[in-house]
Ligand binder design. Sequence first.
Ligand SMILES: C[S@@+](CC[C@H](N)C(=O)[O-])C[C@H]1O[C@@H](n2cnc3c(N)ncnc32)[C@H](O)[C@@H]1O
Length: 392
Amino acid sequence: MSLATGLPPLTPDEAAHGDRLEARVREEIAVAGGWIGFARYMQLALYEPGLGYYSAGARKLGPSGDFVTAPEAAPLFSRCLAAQCEEILRELGGGDLLELGAGSGVMAADLLAELARRDALPRRYLILDVSADLRERQRATIAGTMPELLDRVAWLDRLPENLVGVVVANEVLDALPVERFVVRGGTVAALGVAIRDGRLAWSEGPATDRLDSAVRRIAREAGDGWPDGYVSEVRLELGPWIAALAAALARGVMLFVDYGLPRREYYAPERSDGTLLCHFRHRWHDDPFVRPGLQDITAWVDFTAVAEAAEGSGLEVAGYTTQAHFLIGAGMDEFLADLSTLDVVRRAELSRQAMLLTLPGGMGERFKAMALTSGYDSPLRGFAVRDFRHTL
Ligand SMILES: C[S@@+](CC[C@H](N)C(=O)[O-])C[C@H]1O[C@@H](n2cnc3c(N)ncnc32)[C@H](O)[C@@H]1O
């Protein structure tokens, strides 16, 4: 059953935008003979130039947008992350910081501020984001809060070569397109998109060899007890994406934070409808077809897949833990130590942030941090408190 009822209404401009994107999807479905895979639909809905959710003018992040991320909700997140970046940059004897998918630019501005305070600024702060629209917003955010550091920031169109430094990405893996599948009677089928009764709708199609073998592998490792008709998703482009990053990083550490699970938990029998979620004005629901181009579409991250892709690309998985343990290890106590010196309002605000970021059963546990390294053997403070690599 769809949860997409009672969503806030669209303005006429938004409705017209949604119609243009839907027309683009319909055209592609027609050209493809009546059916496209879900990853292609997600690519169009989120990233089609000038039309997709991330490529066009929607507000997206923040209170007046559709969803709020940890660095948006709590600057303490970026301050702790800065402490981890400082450790790495000092160990490397300096380097660059590359942020993937920088959203509104809030994390970049807060990271730069905290690194400047610690006298540990990277040589350059590089940002690679697929959204041209968000790049402008990032520039405005950084110019508004850290104008003196703007000349250190550069926006890239592609991955750099021979990077030495740190790569950070918060909630980017979950935004990479996924294929959706169903397993019935031992056969794997793709759940894609077709037109039914004049509307975009789920429709089964044949699985490609790549999808079939990826799902069969997952089923071997985690499929014990899957009910017939088990539905979930798999991110087939993750491997090439991580491989490209591995090729770019000559020496240093990649830090990914996202909501996700080890494979055996992700594909547990009881999670029989996958993890696909859509966000529109702070409401979440499960129908990716109601607001094409106007809502975010995400799926959780299979961190075992990230680890496998990393190892297959010559990277080392140097740590995997919950967001709470990562932030505490990175140095959250340092920021909370002088709570008693703050006035009551600031004390309450900092406590709110710490609680939000570390809450068990909430953000603190659902979100995980993973470190992938290249030519870097030193310990990472963010993974010193608890390391859950054995669960992958
Ligand atoms: C959910 S938002 C997270 C934004 C920000 N990191 C935060 O935590 O607030 C996802 C971001 O990733 C970007 N993105 C999506 N796919 C990407 C890719 N393949 N490479 C770089 N950026 C990407 C989007 O444009 C957007 O800025």
